[in-house]
Every structure is written in structure tokens, then in C-alpha cells.
Design a binder for this molecule. Structure first.
Ligand code: 3HC
Length: 382
């Protein structure tokens, strides 16, 4: 299928990611069916889109007429078959449970037109495995947005083993039409680029959850001056359950070092999931939390986190997930904001970062923190 043949997009799931992607679709001029399993989830998705569009109108980023016209192209519904029957392009954004994704893709394969491309917004999981639930693996692709989808610029376009070049190109072009910065990921590997680079920092945070010290606010206080959202606040924003499921997936696919601990699991079991439930590491009941910066920990500093990110980014290079350090920096700078890891490494110096990785590997007895050969050589040019 070619870009000008795409008229209707279906988004499966109206949660944080689904409604953001649906909003991007209508703003790009498409008719978008947004489907969820219950009317109340669909209604909540529509309310979020309405609020976001209202914000844009009040800031003068969109006219009220353009908003009304775009909202007129949004088709919220519960019936899956009706939602996708005439869709040209589908984006799945359901919870990160492999069996659920496979079931959704088997249904999509049955109900969608034969020519439709089926994209998954999975954060980490194998595109190739999801594709095997369909009879059209050449038309299955990863299309990974970042939260909040409406604002974060990066989209990772991920090739499964059977994804065709045509499917990759179409997904790349639709991402551009949605005003995003797409980066192609040519090897289907857990966490792709962005979430893989952040996997060891997530692991470090999860070790601190188990230790209970430093507390989230003592830790976050160190990062408040440098980041749009501090590390524990960001987990709350994205979802404690999402962070937990990611780490669990990495424990099965990357290293048992990632096995999540009991305190982390207890938060998920208790429904303390962050922003969406009103409480996680912080209280979100009255909106974005105020981070108490009065008592920053002296045990950790930003270079610890940067060291782990740079080290993991070198693994991506070594494994051939992405062969260009500039592309990795582009992805990292646009997925969450900030400066790419290799650019940071150049200014900080690889020797300092290698020492930080070794310090953390010794302290937490985790091999995944050990510096790679590429890291130790410290010769990456960006
Ligand atoms: N719709 C439209 N506009 C919105 C909006 C929305 N939903 N939310 C915020 N805005 C606008 C605001 O109106 C404001 O506009 P202005 O600049 O014209 O005033 C601007 O965006 C900034 O918003 P705020 O002032 O309310 O708040 P912040 O300055 O803190 O920005 C943020 C909010 C953009 C979310 C920022 O905190 C941020 O960049 N956080 C980091 C997010 C991040 O790292 N995301 C990646 C997570 S990892 C992931 O998603 C991977 C996945 O697989 C799990």
C-alpha cells in the first residue's frame, strides 16, 4: 500500500498511548476508529483527546474550526470487527502481554482487509513473534510512540524478520505525516533502541525500590535541575505496571539480572500504578507531584545514569540493532527529550563513565552494568 491510499486508521486500545495515537491520526487528516473493550474506556479516551485539543486551541496552536473538523473524523467504538473492517492501517496499543497481543493480531488478521498494514505500539516485545499470529507477517511492523504521544517526537519503526520494505516505508511516511521523527530499527531486539538504552537505569531504580533507600524523592531531587521529569516521577507518569512488565520481559529475553523484586511487584498488585490510579511513588491526585528537593541523596549523581545508558547504547551497536551512533542519539534525544548518550559521553569522557559502570556492577553485583569492550575503548564518534 502507498501513503496516498491510506484513508482510515484504526487504533486498538484507547488508553494513554491509544488515545494519543488516535489524536495524532485525526490531526494528520485521517479518519480514525478508536476501539476499546468497554464503552467507559472509549469515553475516557475521547475525553482525553478533547482536553488535549482544547489545550491546543487555547494556546493558539490550532483553530477551533480545525479542531471540530478533526474531531468529526474520530470514530470511537467497542465493536472490533466494525472498527477495522475498512481500515487501511491499524495501530495496536493494548497492554503489554504477549498472549493478548497475539490474540488481537489474530483477530485483526481475520477482520481487516487483506491489504491492511498492522502495526504494534509494543514498548519492548518481539515484532516477529506477534507477526506469527497472522497470515500476513510481511505487513506487520513495530510503530513505537512515546508518552505523551502527542508531544514526544520519536517514533521507532521496527522491522520484524518478515516485515517487507514497503511496510517499513509506509509506516515511516505515516509517522512523518503525524509530524514525528521516525527512526528505523532494522533488528527486532528487546526494547529496540530507546527502552533498551534505558533498561539498566530502570533496573537501578528497581534495586532502589527493593532497598527502600534512597527514597524516590531523595533520588529524584538530584535530577530535578536537569530533567523535564525526574526518574521515579517518569515511572509514575508512564505507569508502574508498564515499567514492571518491561523489566519482567527483559529478565526473560536479555538477562536474569532484570528479574523484578518483591516490592516492585507489590506496587503492581496493590494497584499503585502512578498517575493513572492517582498514586505511585508520588501522590498524583491533585495533578503533577511536587518533588521535595530538600534532601538529595549523595550516593548517586547524573553520571551514574548516563554511564549505564551509554554502556547499553554500545551493546546496541555491538549487536547490530542500530549501526549508526548518530541514529541512537537522535532516537534518545527525541523519545524523552535531552541530549543523546554518545554526545554526552564525548563531553564527560569514557574513562569516567567506565569507572561509574564498574562501581555500580560491583555494588549491585549485576553483570549487565559491566562496561562493554566498545565502552572501554571509548572511541565512538558522533
Ligand atoms: N496535549 C496538548 N498539549 C499538551 C499536552 C497534551 N496532552 N500536555 C502538555 N501540553 C503542552 C502544554 O500546554 C504546554 O504548552 P506550552 O509550552 O505552549 O505552554 C507544553 O505542552 C508543556 O506542558 P506543561 O507545561 O504542562 O508540562 P511540562 O513542561 O512538564 O511538559 C512533558 C510535559 C512534555 C510531558 C514533559 O514533562 C516531558 O517531556 N516529560 C518527559 C516525558 C518522557 O520522557 N517520555 C518518554 C517516556 S518513555 C516511553 O514513553 C516509552 C514507552 O514504551 C513506555
Amino acid at each position: 500500500m502507498k501513503i496516498d491510499e491510506v484513508r482510515k486508521i484504526a487504533v486498538i486500545g484507547a488508553g494513554d498511548m491509544g488515545n494519543g495515537i488516535a489524536q495524532l491520526g485525526i490531526m494528520a487528516g485521517y479518519t480514525v476508529a478508536m476501539r476499546d473493550i468497554e464503552q467507559r474506556f472509549v469515553d475516557k479516551g475521547v475525553a482525553t483527546i478533547t482536553g488535549s485539543m482544547e489545550k491546543m486551541v487555547s494556546k493558539g496552536k490550532m483553530t477551533a474550526e480545525a479542531r471540530d473538523e478533526a474531531m468529526g473524523r474520530l470514530k470511537p467504538l467497542v465493536d472490533m470487527e466494525v472498527a477495522v473492517a475498512d481500515a487501511d492501517f491499524v495501530v495496536e496499543a493494548v497492554p503489554e502481554i504477549m498472549d493478548l497481543k497475539k490474540k488481537v493480531f489474530a483477530d485483526l488478521d481475520r477482520f481487516c482487509p487483506a491489504a491492511a498494514v498492522l502495526a504494534t505500539n509494543t514498548s519492548n516485545m518481539s515484532i516477529s513473534e506477534i507477526a506469527r499470529a497472522t497470515s500476513r507477517p510481511d505487513k506487520v511492523v513495530g510503530m513505537h510512540f512515546f508518552n505523551p504521544a502527542v508531544l514526544m517526537k520519536l517514533v521507532e519503526v521496527i522491522k520484524g524478520v518478515d516485515t517487507s520494505e514497503e511496510t517499513m516505508q509506509l509506516t515511516y511516511e505515516i509517522s512523518k505525516k503525524m509530524n514525528k521523527i521516525p527512526v528505523k530499527v532494522l533488528k527486532d531486539s528487546p526494547g529496540f533502541i530507546y527502552n533498551r538504552v534505558n533498561a539498566p537505569t530502570g533496573l537501578l531504580l528497581s534495586k532502589l525500590i527493593e532497598l527502600g533507600k534512597p527514597t524516590p524523592s531523595e533520588f529524584d531531587a538530584v535530577f530535578k535541575p536537569f530533567m523535564a521529569m525526574t526518574p521515579f516521577e517518569l515511572i509514575d507518569y508512564v505507569g508502574v505496571d508498564i515499567a514492571y512488565h518491561s523489566q519482567d520481559y527483559f529478565s526473560k529475553t536479555l538477562s536474569p539480572d532484570y528479574t523484578p523484586g518483591k516490592a516492585f511487584k507489590a506496587m503492581v498488585d496493590a494497584g499503585t500504578l502512578g498517575k493513572k490510579t492517582g498514586r505511585g511513588f508520588y501522590d498524583w491526585s491533585a495533578g503533577r507531584p511536587q518533588i521535595d528537593v530538600s534532601n538529595p541523596t549523595t550516593e548517586f549523581e547524573p553520571t551514574h545514569m548516563i554511564a549505564l545508558q551509554v554502556n547499553e547504547a554500545t551493546k546496541i551497536l555491538e549487536e547490530g540493532v542500530c549501526s549508526d551512533p548518530k541514529e541512537i542519539d537522535l532516537a534518545m534525544a527525541n523519545g524523552g527529550g535531552g541530549i543523546g548518550p554518545f554526545t554526552l559521553a564525548k563531553s564527560i569522557g569514557y574513562d569516567t563513565l567506565v569507572a561509574k559502570c564498574n562501581e555500580l556492577a560491583d555494588r549491585f553485583k549485576l553483570d549487565v552494568f559491566r562496561p562493554t569492550k566498545t565502552m572501554a575503548e571509548g572511541k565512538i564518534e558522533v
